[in-house]
Design a protein around this ligand. Structure first.
Ligand SMILES: Cc1ncc(COP(=O)(O)O)c(C=O)c1O
Length: 308
């Protein structure tokens, strides 16, 4: 199905090798720059997968309103794809997340309903409140719940990401590491890597401040998009070789170093991913390859604590 000009710009993002931040004697570190997608994040891949399938299968029709609770990246992607497909979009958002993400959703014509946070923190309680509001809205006629935590089309949307990496590196990947929100990116990318013949070790990442996967204990943190739910719906723990934590302040410091030293401009989860990727590369040594993802574009975080 032909969808429209902007949608054809999703995917085929650059894959770059870190040149200066990786110490001598370490493995190569490659970073997929997903900020190059139209709304500046890899969520564009899942939005077209979810809404394209829903439209093709008649679960939603032009004029209906798509609903999701979101930290803003998924919301921006759903707002963008909904606009092009002739759908309306309502986001349940919070003031715990970047205001620029709210503005981006509104730029694509979305309605944004804001749940108030406590002390600026992203917490499990906040996520549950946002979810309940999204569910009650989506229960009304003419509304469609995008279901970023349950739809099988979410994970499928990231398969091309893995295939693109495998093709660019001719399959030679020793470790793939990425931070986990729903787990869809980690698992969908792995599906794509495997479909192209790869079999990397897989390392899941999370902030030390909310080490849910490692300890089961949630905490307040500021790395947007990750470490909120105790059981990420798409994560298959059996495929993991390891789970690692990174301090959020180290992740944010890495964001600034990435921007100033390598010219890679990403958000907090990007800094977290690259911190762990470099550590893994040092442990692996020369002749090996670590791949990770720059999840979204740093311009989404201007005015927040990462860059100011
Ligand atoms: C900036 C950012 N990084 C990482 C993630 C985690 O991705 P996933 O939910 O696919 O695990 C998200 C998800 O919302 C995100 O917005």
């Amino acid at each position: 199905m032909a969808y429209g000009a902007g949608l054809s710009a999703i995917g085929n993002t650059p894959l770059v090798r870190l040149e200066k931040l990786v110490p001598d004697g370490a493995a190569e570190v490659w970073v997929k720059l997903e900020g190059a997608n139209p709304t500046g994040s890899y969520k564009d891949r899942m939005a077209i997968s979810v809404l394209g399938a829903a439209l093709e299968q008649g679960r939603v029709k032009a004029g209906d309103t798509v609903v999701e609770f979101t930290g803003g990246s998924t919301g921006s992607a759903l707002a963008f794809v909904s606009a092009v497909l002739g759908l309306k979009f309502t986001a349940i958002f919070s003031d715990a997340f970047s205001y620029t993400k709210q503005q981006a959703m509104e730029a694509f014509g979305a309605e944004v309903l804001v749940e108030k946070c406590v002390d600026g923190a992203i917490t499990h309680e906040l996520a549950e409140r946002m979810k309940a509001r999204a569910h009650s809205l989506a229960a009304q006629p003419g509304y469609y719940y995008a279901d970023q935590f349950g739809s099988p089309d979410v994970r499928a949307g990231y398969q091309p990401l893995g295939r693109e990496i495998a093709e660019a590196l001719d399959g030679g990947i020793d470790v793939f590491c990425a931070s986990v929100g729903t787990g869809a990116t980690l698992m969908g990318t792995l599906d794509g890597l495997r479909a192209a013949g790869g079999s990397p070790k897989v390392v899941a990442l999370e902030p030390t401040e909310s080490a849910l996967l490692s300890t089961g204990v949630a905490g307040a943190h500021n790395v947007e998009g990750i470490a909120v739910f105790p059981a990420p719906p798409f994560l298959d723990r059996d495929v993991l070789s390891d789970i690692r934590t990174v301090d959020q302040d180290k992740a944010f410091e890495m964001c600034r170093r990435l921007a100033r030293i390598e010219g890679i401009f990403g958000g907090g989860s990007t800094g977290l991913n690259v911190c762990a990727a470099i550590d893994l590369a040092v442990e692996l040594g020369p002749g090996k390859r670590v791949v990770t993802i720059s999840c979204d574009h740093g311009s989404k975080y201007l005015g927040g604590r990462i860059y100011s």
